[in-house]
Write a protein that binds this ligand. Sequence first.
Ligand code: AMP
Ligand code: MG
Length: 520
Amino acid sequence: MVLRFFRITLHRAGPSSLRDNHPMNLAAKTLGEVDCGLSWRNSFHALGPAFYSSVIPEPLPAPYWVGRSEPMARELGLEPAVLASPEWLDALSGNRMIRGTQPLAGVYSGHQFGHWAGQLGDGRAHLLGETSNGLEVQLKGSGLTPYSRMGDGRAVLRSSIREFLCSEAMHALGIPSTRALCVTGSDAPVQRETTETAAVLTRIAPSFIRFGHFEHFSHRGQHLELKTLADYVIDRFYPQCRESGKFPGHAYAALLDAVSERTAALLAQWQAAGFCHGVMNTDNMSILGLTIDYGPFQFLDAFDPGHICNHSDTLGRYAYAQQPNVAYWNLFCLAQALLPLIGDQEMALAALDSYKTLFAAELGRRMRAKLGLDEREGATAQADEARTGEILALLAKHRIDYSIFWRRLSRGAASANWQGVRDLFLDRPAIDAWLLRYSERLTLVPRPLAADLMLSTNPKFVLRNHLAQAAIEQAKLKDFSGVQTLLTLLQSPFAEHPGFDDYADFPPDWASKIEISCSS
Ligand code: AMP
Ligand code: MG
């Protein structure tokens, strides 16, 4: 992580002189506005200048398409063919303003790697606006903002492709996430460890508000803004908090409770899917319980609970098995930030408790589904938990490929033939003993039901590092077909996709040598 060592320059939020003096203004004036056919309302913008700086994107020289997500376009109300137009290419590269949008960079703070980092904010992202169906459109890598600190405001092609593919992959897996509409690229050089090229990712979410937004105003004693923000989030996303049965008359405690529940549900899904986020700082935690800010993330290859996917995370703070605890730590920071509104420490702690209860229950439910099991007479959740614990211990001991194991188990359940699973283990007696106990339990569930559940829970295709890397290397040579192929597979990860078995195979030896850091 390079940027966390940067000296933090405090910028007061508010309309910035960047807006008028920025070279982008010239480009915007030259190319003019485009009317992209969507109607906009910008509720975050309406919160007022304490929450952001109005600043427009910097132009991206000679942009070209890298990838577009057609399902995302349709959800926005955009025909894919319309999105493919030169107007949209320009608009989503930051070269033209879209009529009706009010671009801004939001301000937030946060805890990074366990330490208070002070003010951060959208250092390279511009929220363009919110479409009338309530989805916000944000450019990432679109140039300097008042919160860029020592950064250059840009994102490189490599990290933009990774985020693009993984956002859409997570969505298709049913894991809450910010979405991605497209990536545009440019030959403009960007300096990282080596010279790379620039790209702009268009992200979509109902909101990009993070725990860090609340921490920002709380830390500064700006309790009026804190309340405005909390009310905004409740009114838009958690209206049930106003009539909470658990915390009657305490909407802010109810909000903490609701966010704790969503975060618990998210973490259960990450753990079950073998997903490592890599940088679970509080500024990377969504108030809506979405996966947000894809950096050095990874889907596990071999199952190793201590796996650290972020090459910069030398102490393993964000190792796979640490994630559930870190999420609780982050929620604790959110609780502290909300305390001036909640007013009662015991109540805040009670709201946080939801995390622990729900995480355990959700993880149990998800793992049971991976095993094709459901609630049945003659089987207890406790016994199923023990079964899960036993198989995870075996996977860890023998470093078995996580996704391949679950997919082969699903096929085994469908065909009553466990050979594919057995082949993964050198220690045959150990896996045979487990399979015997497991298949006995499985007889309580009608076979087609179990097989269907498993084949729609355990994906055939996940975005492994080496797959992304191969598509990135191809894209660097301006061949974007690899990105497209991966996108297609990952958008229906439970389907068989005959002819593409290579993408579901074991990682090659070089995969373990890929080092993904925070550099992006
Ligand atoms: P991240 O680790 O990507 O979540 O970023 C942490 C903070 O650094 C956020 O405030 C980002 O906006 C900011 N940041 C990251 N990379 C850059 C960059 N290249 N230019 C400006 N700001 C950046
Ligand atoms: Mg971030």
